[in-house]
Each structure stands twice: as structure tokens, then as C-alpha cells.
Design a protein around this ligand. Structure first.
Ligand code: GRF
Length: 197
């Protein structure tokens, strides 16, 4: 499958996807990185991996529709089949949702529907939960609200520091995201509207 990864930050999940492809664990090709933060570290990772990069700054466009139309053109040019969000800090709007219905996936560092939105790990730690986890889900117009595809949990030991919890969550992400994508790409997409929320 030809995929575009959308990211805004360090891109460790982008890297995990690229590495899984290199190792033959994920049958896909990252044709494009779309990034709304031109200085983000993920841009360097993409350049090192030989992946084309499309950067943009939302403030230079009059609306979400305007920048998404530009992204959509590039995706069409590259015949992108799936959009994979990996730390992309913007809600996807109607232009891309319409063109890529049931073909946009996100990873979120909590057991949804708990702790959607920003700093999910911090939210969970501050709440004092004992069971943490990661969710891969379809993207809809809401914030981390789409149908769930896969989840993985881990139980926090009492003495774990914030850093150790974060590290464990990222470790889970880097394994769960490529394996879930592989499952989706080989099994074919199920219609998320058939899944119970
Ligand atoms: C990850 O925790 C992901 O679940 C969330 O944003 C973070 C991105 O991290 N959506 P990275 O840029 O992939 O390292």
C-alpha cells in the first residue's frame, strides 16, 4: 500500500513504520511525509529515509479546507491510498475525510475513550490510573473519537516514574502501530461504521 504519514513532532512512530517496512514486517511504502511544523525532527528523519516531504504552515492559508485541498492534490499525484497520522497535532477536516473515507488511521497514547486530546499520558498519570495503554483507531471529525481498531494495555508498577511510563507507552506504540497497519492492509479494511463504539 502507498501511504502518507502525517506528523508534527519527533516522529518516533514515523521511524517505527519506516523500520518495519525495511525489515519486511509491513507491506507498505511511505511515499510522503506531511508535516505542519517545518522545523520538526520528523522532517530530518524523512530526509534520512529518502521519503518526500510536504511541509506547510496552517497560518499561511485562509482555512483548513484551503491547506487540505493542497495536501489532497499532492496525495492524488502520488496515488496515496492510506493516511497514517503519527503525532499530527491537527484535526482532519472534511476535504481529506471525504476523499479518504475509512482510510485515515491514528495512534493515541491512552486507552480510548479515556484521555482523548493533548498530553494523554500526562492526563492518565495525573488521574492516577494503574492501567495504561495505546489505541489505534479510524479517524473521524472528532478528537480521537473514531472506531477502535486495536488496543494494548500495560499495568503500571507502583514505583514507575513518569519517564518510565512514557518510555513503556512509546515502546508499545512502536510495535502496535506497524503490526496493526499490516493487519489492516492484508485483511482489508472493515467498515468502521459496523463496529460498535
Ligand atoms: C505519540 O505518543 C502518538 O501516540 C501521539 O503523538 C505522539 C507522537 O510521537 N499521537 P512521535 O512524534 O511519533 O515520537
Amino acid at each position: 500500500k502507498k501511504i502518507a504519514v502525517f506528523a508534527s513532532g519527533s516522529g518516533s512512530n514515523f521511524q517505527a513504520i519506516v523500520d518495519a517496512i525495511d525489515q519486511g514486517e509491513l507491506a507498505a511504502k511511505v511515499e510522503l511525509l506531511v508535516c505542519d511544523k517545518p522545523n520538526a525532527y520528523v522532517v530530518e528523519r524523512a530526509q534520512k529515509a529518502g521519503v518526500d516531504v510536504l511541509t506547510f504552515q496552517a497560518k499561511e492559508f485562509s482555512s483548513k479546507e484551503a491547506y487540505e485541498r493542497e495536501i489532497a492534490e499532492k496525495l492524488a499525484e502520488k496515488e496515496i491510498e492510506w493516511i497514517v497520522l503519527a503525532g499530527f497535532m491537527r484535526l482532519i477536516g472534511t476535504v481529506l475525510l471525504t476523499k479518504y473515507q475509512n482510510r485515515i488511521i491514528n495512534i493515541h497514547p491512552s486507552l480510548l475513550p479515556a484521555f482523548p486530546g493533548k498530553d494523554a499520558i500526562g492526563q492518565a498519570i495525573d488521574y492516577g490510573v494503574k492501567i495504561f495503554g495505546v489505541t489505534v483507531h479510524y479517524v473521524d471529525e472528532g478528537m480521537d473519537t473514531g472506531a477502535i481498531i486495536s488496543q494494548q494495555v500495560f499495568e503500571c508498577e507502583d514505583e514507575m516514574t513518569r519517564d518510565a511510563i512514557e518510555e513503556q507507552i512509546h515502546k508499545i506504540e512502536h510495535q502496535l502501530y506497524p503490526s496493526t497497519l499490516q493487519m489492516l492492509f492484508t485483511a482489508g479494511a472493515k467498515d468502521p461504521s459496523l463496529q460498535q463504539k
